[in-house]
Design a binder for this molecule. Structure first.
Ligand SMILES: C[S@@+](CC[C@H](N)C(=O)[O-])C[C@H]1O[C@@H](n2cnc3c(N)ncnc32)[C@H](O)[C@@H]1O
Length: 508
């Protein structure tokens, strides 16, 4: 029961995790030739869901889905259940319990999510987790299981060993984190390995819960990809694909001559070699039942059936006439070099439409128009797909099976949806955008989001906001607060936190 105690004592930051959202998982499965279930009507199970920061926004987004979270830490499970009660959601529940002892009548699920669990639990719970996937997946269901990979963790092992050896295991968690930070400062002076120094620099400002549960946890067992896929075999499961960013993709040149099973065997060997070559430390594996059809390496041709969204910007003036490389960045700090003129145009078109997604034919047509407007000439569709593919695999552009309309401009009387307003007023919760991205707000941001009930114009909001800020100790002129209100309301609109009016259908 150490896991339970440690997560009760220092709860994990429970945030929306974009790479676990089922519309993205279905899109990744599609790229692998695997037909995953409709996420909007799905049964979704999350194992080790902490306080539901990931699962609750999914249940909110898809009222036709049914979501179940399982969490061993009572403190976290109860925090999640309280939040759900306040929100009044009826399509989600969080069960306080052990994933190894699930109620027999839980039924089957189209999606099973286990993020940050597999490598951090004892071997018996690892086996139980894979058993749950086998027993509770629907025939075409997809499970997402993330794990630490040996190739990358071998280099980091000395850091975990030193932190464990130099901090007392019986200290309360917050004190042990403080002690670990002191040890990091010592190690920074003692060590010269650039990989370890880079990790130390990151850990010095990382969330205390990350430092504690990753580096000081009783279990952190990295696994080789080959071992992981052998364990899937043992549990009647098979690999579908990788939901993490990929900067290299396996291609099997003579794949057409291979039967699916032997193609899968060669592909898995190549995936294992890729981990070593790229020193991969973390994987997000998509898994299906062994009796489901075989998936294959991802194919650019499958992009044509998907929709895409992207939140990119570039500090350069975009050159649509030449194939010069230009850097685009996203708010999470991801940087992507794009050379193909059509892809530069597509990145700008998607970013202007964000958070909406554009279906492939619409993206293609808009890109053709943009290039024609700039007299940049025509382009070949196969080249467009080939340029889009690596950007999608690297997560610069996100694929989805759902275009999902959203309010992209604030109304005269802006209104945030009820989930965002409850997140804003609940300490420790991040607001979740419609694209399942965590928006960490400062105190003024939280206050304003909580005020957006659709009853005030922007001017009225600024006046009330100024008074509330003054009461909270932030004295500002009305002009400054008006500018801040305008900026934040547009940011909320871009993150899909706004809804139209109290009368519009769907979640309010
Ligand atoms: C590292 S945290 C990850 C939390 C969340 N999935 C995320 O990624 O933000 C691991 C979670 O798994 C839970 N957990 C560990 N063992 C479990 C078990 N046997 N049954 C259910 N939950 C478990 C822990 O309490 C903790 O909340």
């Amino acid at each position: 029961m150490d896991t339970l105690a440690s997560y009760d004592e220092l709860p994990y930051d429970s945030l929306p995790l974009p790479e676990t959202q089922p519309d993205f998982l279905a899109a990744v499965a599609t790229l692998h030739g695997f037909d995953a279930p409709d996420p909007t009507q799905a049964r979704i199970l999350e194992l080790g869901c902490a306080s539901g920061g990931n699962l609750i926004p999914l249940a909110w987004r898809w009222p036709g889905s049914e979501c179940v979270g399982v969490e061993l830490s009572r403190v976290q499970a109860e925090a999640g259940a309280d939040f759900i009660r306040h929100l009044g959601l009826s399509n989600i529940r969080i069960v306080h319990g052990d994933l190894a002892a699930l109620p027999a009548d839980l039924g089957e699920f189209d999606y099973i999510i286990a993020h940050g669990v597999f490598s951090w639990v004892p071997p018996a719970i690892q086996r139980a987790l894979l058993d749950v996937c086998r027993r509770h997946l629907t025939p075409y269901g997809v499970a997402y299981v993330s794990f630490n990979v040996t190739a990358g963790w071998a280099r980091l092992r000395p850091l975990r060993t030193a932190l464990i050896e130099r901090t007392a295991a019986d200290m309360p968690a917050p004190a042990r984190v403080a002690e670990a930070r002191r040890v990091l400062a010592e190690l920074e002076l003692e060590w010269t390995d650039p990989v370890l120094l880079k990790e130390i620099a990151y850990l010095k400002s990382a969330a205390p819960s990350y430092l504690f549960h990753e580096y000081l946890a009783e279990f952190n067992t990295p696994t080789r990809f080959s071992e992981f896929s052998a364990r899937l075999d043992d549990h009647g499961l098979r690999y579908v694909g990788e939901a993490g960013p990929r900067h290299a993709v396996v291609e099997l040149e003579d794949a057409w001559g291979l039967v699916p099973e032997s193609m899968a065997g060669r592909w898995l060997d190549a995936e294992a070699a890729l981990d070593e070559a790229h020193v991969i430390r973390f994987r997000r594996a998509l898994i299906a039942r062994a009796d489901a059809p075989c998936a294959r390496p991802p194919q650019a041709a499958a992009l044509a059936g998907l929709a895409f969204h992207a939140d990119l910007r570039s500090d350069d003036e975009i050159d649509l006439e030449t194939a010069s490389e230009q850097a685009f960045v996203n708010p999470a700090g991801g940087a992507y070099l794009v050379a193909h003129p059509a892809m530069k145009a597509a990145a700008m078109i998607l970013s202007a439409a964000y958070p909406a997604a554009l279906a492939y034919p619409e993206l293609l047509a808009s890109t053709q128009h943009a290039l024609a407007d700039y007299d940049a000439g025509d382009f070949d569709e196969a080249a467009f797909r080939d340029a889009l593919f690596p950007l999608v695999m690297a997560h610069g552009v996100t694929p989805s099976v759902d275009t999902m309309p959203s309010v992209t401009e604030p109304a005269d009387r802006p209104r945030a949806h009820a989930l965002a307003r409850l997140q804003a007023s609940s300490s420790g919760w991040a607001a979740s955008g419609v694209r399942h991205v965590a928006l960490e707000l400062d105190e003024p941001g939280r206050i304003l989001l909580g005020l957006l009930d659709g009853n005030r114009t922007l001017h009225e909001l600024a006046v009330v906001f100024r008074d509330v800020l003054a009461d909270a100790g932030y004295e500002q002129t009305l002009e400054t607060v008006q500018a801040m209100t305008h900026r934040l309301v547009w940011l909320f609109a871009r993150q899909g936190l706004l809804t139209e009016s109290p009368r519009s259908p769907g979640p309010q």
